[in-house]
Design a protein around this ligand. Structure first.
Ligand code: TGC
Ligand code: FAD
Length: 387
């Protein structure tokens, strides 16, 4: 019996019925709604905002948060599968869902007041309110402790000054979760679109994540009421705690991107006849394809175990670092190798490999660069901080 090419170890059999159902629904959405338009969106540098209501109606926004806030209350493995299937379409769509779910809804849920949860989460789950997450600053994203953006208490308000850079959803967003230095350490604020002094400017000329909005945010004496401060966290562990959630989803996403590339390269190399035989009949192509399937299989098993640990409440940030490093590296290498197997045809967005390869340049950089995650593991092994 032939093994399914993209699931050589039958990882699917390890999923629950509910997890399989979630994967099927999102896979169908990607096949029917994303793949027909996404190449053109990438060409046009356009985020397909028209898909947001459907993404919301499928329960994909804040999917792990409780139903009492209008969310789906799914487990971590289901969230991972959502990320995997969306990123099989495009990293930009997965980014949109990661930011909304893990970087905006999660901090409101985990660090916000009950009023803030009730005010924002149901509308964010419904896609009526879009969020962005402002941590990175122009002088260096890897070292967020060196934060210049600050908030000063003034009567019952806070006054925020500074800037953020490379912010996904920035120009789309109705609210921004903004991290700022205060006299009591780093704190998070919900900054609303239209607050005087708050502006967003889209970053143009990107060659990666072109179907996603990326912006700079500027804060010029932005007055934010105390009611918009996230009351239940202080210090860098606030934003880093959100990053652990988002990075977890990102460990799954590139598995989808890699599967999309392998699928395309397999089909192409079986049909492409050179020197009187299909490219897929050559030993070198088969070794390349087999090696891709091997790496995808290892990545699938890695994220499933990570998800099981998360659902058991025992997942550690260092484990997320290892998986983010491994799976981004796996996917970007596979995307580039698939691009090569397609020859010249591989350089246009008629085929998916180049788009995924270019997108993965961002995915391997954001949420902690590959080097940052390697140094996290190095520190774990040696006990020595090399940052
Ligand atoms: P350190 O100063 O030792 O720790 C500060 C506090 O934070 C705690 N902590 C964590 N908590 C949860 N999750 C984690 N991953 C955590 N890492 C640290 C830590 O226990 C401590 O707590 P406490 O109670 O003692 O105060 O910080 P560190 O030395 O561990 O951090 C250094 C480093 C380099 C790892 C960290 O600064 C880092 O991760 N830098 C990279 C920054 C980054 O990833 N930025 C991402 C911005 S957002 C983004 O890219 C969104 S893209 C989204 C998309 O479009 O999909
Ligand atoms: P730098 O930190 O300047 O790093 C430059 C180089 O130095 C890298 O190669 C890095 O690995 C290396 N380096 C860093 N530290 C060390 C060290 N100790 N030793 C050796 N080498 C080191 N941020 C947000 O806050 N919100 C968002 O929504 C968001 N979305 C993004 C979307 C896109 C498309 C992109 C590209 C980025 C996004 N980011 C976002 C920012 C992202 O998190 C940062 O780009 C990332 O953290 C790296 O920061 P940097 O770009 O300033 O690079």
């Amino acid at each position: 019996m032939a093994l399914p090419a993209y699931d050589l170890f039958d990882v699917r059999s390890l999923l629950s019925e509910e997890e399989r159902a979630v994967q099927e629904v999102v896979a169908r959405f990607t096949d029917e709604r994303v793949l027909p338009i996404i190449g053109e969106c990438f060409d046009q540098a356009r985020f397909p905002k028209e898909l947001v209501p459907e993404i919301a109606s499928l329960g994909l926004l804040g999917s792990s948060l409780p139903e009492e806030y209008g969310c789906a209350g799914l487990n971590a493995v289901s969230y991972g599968l959502i990320c995997q299937e969306l990123e099989r379409g495009d990293s930009g769509l997965r980014s949109f869902v990661s930011v909304q779910s893990s970087l905006c809804m999660y901090p409101i849920y985990a660090y916000g007041s009950e009023e803030q949860r009730r005010q924002w989460l149901p509308r964010m789950a419904a896609g009526e309110v879009i969020g962005c997450f402002g941590l990175t600053e122009p002088h260096g994203g890897s070292d967020p402790a060196n934060m210049k953006t600050h908030a000063k208490k003034d009567g019952g308000d806070w006054v925020i000054n500074g800037s953020k850079m490379w912010i996904t959803n920035g120009n789309l967003a109705d609210i921004a979760i903004v991290w700022a230095q205060t006299d009591e350490g780093i704190q998070g604020f919900i900054v609303e679109k239209g607050m005087p002094g708050f502006t967003a400017q889209e970053i143009k000329h990107k060659m990666s994540l072109r179907a996603s909005v990326t912006s700079s945010l500027f804060f010029d004496n932005v007055r934010v009421p105390e009611a918009n401060r996230l009351p239940n966290v202080k210090g860098l562990k606030g934003p880093l705690g959100c990053l652990t959630q988002a990075r977890y989803g990102i460990t799954w996403g590139p598995v989808g991107a890699a599967i999309a590339c392998l699928d395309e390269a397999l089909n192409y190399s079986k049909e492409r006849i050179l020197f009187g035989r299909p490219v897929a009949a050559t030993q070198s192509a088969q070794i390349k394809l087999a090696d891709m399937a091997r790496r995808i299989t290892l990545a699938q098993l890695l994220v499933l175990q990570l998800g099981r640990l998360k659902d058991a409440g025992t997942m550690q940030p260092q484990q997320v670092s290892l998986a983010k490093w491994n799976n981004c590296r796996m996917a970007i290498d596979i995307a580039r190798e698939c691009r090569d197997l397609l020859g010249g045809a591989g350089i246009t967005t008629e085929h998916v490999a180049i788009r995924h390869a270019l997108n993965l340049e961002s995915v391997i950089t954001y949420e902690g660069t590959e080097t940052v995650h390697q140094l996290v593991i190095g520190r774990e092994l040696t006990g020595i901080n090399a940052f």
